[in-house]
Design a protein around this ligand. Structure first.
Ligand code: HEC
Length: 141
């Protein structure tokens, strides 16, 4: 009898813990949502932004993805080939690429949220699209 009671208390406590976690997650949602923009910044489609993004890319990204974005020379990481979106895992829209840069991707791709401004990240996004398939390249001035 005592044993059964103990089990019941344990189950109730575990359910309580789950409920608490769910409530916490629910409360944190607006915070997480605030950090992630709802749509792509116009910079992502700008040729001028892509040019500026290239220099930021060379400083922050080439050690893993190579200067040309193809990540062929890298032996430490199997980094994504940024010229081939059909091989990507974490989404191929400008907003997805923004998220991969800002918050990281997989285990090896570091987040840049503490070191790069959103504006800089959007310029890098424009550069990434500019080295990819022709039909996706920025076309606006
Ligand atoms: C320390 C090495 C490293 C650096 C620096 C780095 N990346 Fe990555 N990146 C990776 C690796 C490794 C992956 C693959 C992650 C995976 O698939 O698990 C990746 C994945 C990505 C992806 C997602 C591809 C997909 O599969 O969806 C994008 C986009 C990307 N990187 C862009 C960048 C850009 C732009 C920069 C510079 C701001 C950058 N990375 C800096 C290592 C790096």
């Amino acid at each position: 009898m005592v044993l059964v009671n103990n089990n019941r208390t344990y189950t109730l406590r575990r359910q309580g813990f789950r409920l608490l976690m769910l409530i916490l997650l629910f409360l944190c949602q607006p915070l997480l949502a605030q950090e992630m923009p709802a749509e792509a910044d116009p910079l992502a489609f700008s040729k001028a932004a892509a040019v500026r993004g290239k220099s930021y890319y060379l400083i922050n990204c080439q050690q893993c993805h190579d200067a040309d974005g193809r990540a062929l020379a890298n032996i430490d990481f199997i980094a994504a080939d940024l010229t081939a979106p059909d091989t990507w895992y974490y989404g191929t829209t400008p907003l997805h690429v923004f998220r991969s840069i800002k918050y990281g991707a997989g285990l090896e791709m570091p987040p840049f949220k503490d070191s790069l401004e959103d504006e800089t990240i959007w310029q890098i996004v424009a550069h990434v699209f500019n080295i990819g398939p022709k039909e996706n390249r920025p076309t606006q001035e």
